[in-house]
Write a protein that binds this ligand. Sequence first.
Ligand SMILES: Nc1ncnc2c1ncn2[C@@H]1O[C@H](COP(=O)(O)OP(=O)(O)OP(=O)(O)O)[C@@H](O)[C@H]1O
Ligand SMILES: [Mg+2]
Length: 466
Amino acid sequence: MQQARSVKGNIFMNEKLPRILLIDDEENCQRVIRDVFNLEGIDCVTASSGMKALEYFERMDFDLVISDIKMPGMTGIEILRSIKQKKPETIVIMLTGYGSIDEAVKAIKLGAYQYILKPVIVEDLLAQIKELLGKIDSERSVSPLENISKSLPAGKTLLGKSTRIRNVAKLISKIANTDLSVLITGESGTGKELASTAIHYASDRINNKFVAINCAAFPDTLLESELFGYEKGAFTDARTSKPGKIEEADKGTLFLDEIGDMKPSMQAKLLRVLEEKEFQRLGSNKSKHVDIRVISATNRDLKSALEDGSFRPDLYYRLNAVNIVMPPLREIREDIPILANRFAKDFSDRLNRNIMRISDDAMAALQRYNWPGNVRELANALRRAVALCDGPEINKYDLPPHITMEDSSEDISSPIKQKSLMLEDVERDHIINVLQIAKGNKSLAATMLGIHRDTLLRKLKRYGIN
Ligand SMILES: Nc1ncnc2c1ncn2[C@@H]1O[C@H](COP(=O)(O)OP(=O)(O)OP(=O)(O)O)[C@@H](O)[C@H]1O
Ligand SMILES: [Mg+2]
């Protein structure tokens, strides 16, 4: 790939340099534009054919694409069509000679942002592109992410610039101040808990409690007493009375994590509280009124649980007034640099290290990998890298080996090579791999997976792994 690094360098811990893709078959024109742009701190990747360009487009994120219209082989119009099909939000600028204005007009109709007449005056082009990049950046930085982040506790900010994450943030700020129940779904480690905290802190319940309970962590009877509380003498061990999570969350937010693991008998009891806004402590017949906002989360497929009868439809609809879907990390690869830089900085600060940057090839490996464990796995990879790193820069070899193995992402992402695309199968395989790396040490494997040892033990049992 013809790509020169900007003299302004890889400015650490800042977000990545703006990156554009320039497609032009005239090598001279290409080189002049690339050199000037790179000197100005714009990462300009060049391609002299449509095929090459689309290959780069698949692999990297670009803030903007500039394409010549007339080229041998694939034309600029065909490239535009293909780009718009893959990522409709991409800004594409066409370069065109006087002779092909008709084509340029067609390009605009197909969604090109604008066309620029050739021959190009590089300084003018640079000024236009800088202005455009500035506009894109400011649109992104007045993102709803900031609105919902203002009052969040440190380290609880939902990071990301991708459209998917910004849409999540937009939805959160829209519904935060309502009492609508929210069901957050998504794979493990995608930020469901983080999103639930964001809702609470963006709501007018902020001055009251955010109370979380993991429904999978308790056997049925214990979960009941945790949720409802109990009076002294309600059962053998009840030596004093104790309020439950529902009562604690009064006027605040109750977060029911792993709701998909709740047993039907508890589901019925929970539904009653939500419908009647009243509950009784165990061992009491006095009803208490509560005013709670309920957020629940699961990485289970609740729709199939509805079908097989293990989850009550009436509770499902009661919990799911709004559904927030957290995207898996492999679908928001453009957010990886922001997240990785933030984690590197946080762990570096915490460990009193002075790590200044993540090397380009390490970052490229992070962006290539398939992330079955999502953001949590990314955070753990950076935690390990910060601990192992010798100098001011995190290098590729500081990352866990399974991430840097060139073809590991291909193995996982290629549906042909892969045995199964079922999330559970991928999770099972990943756990086995990690257990092998940890030489069977379950505590270590749990740490590497970023989950509690009990959670790992439950998963081992579920997947029948010895
Ligand atoms: N968009 C994000 N920005 C910053 N940090 C994130 C983001 N998404 C996830 N994280 C971090 O990743 C880790 C996992 O997130 P979280 O616990 O919210 O995931 P989860 O979806 O609830 O996972 P699980 O299903 O396993 O409970 C946390 O440390 C969280 O802070
Ligand atoms: Mg969680």
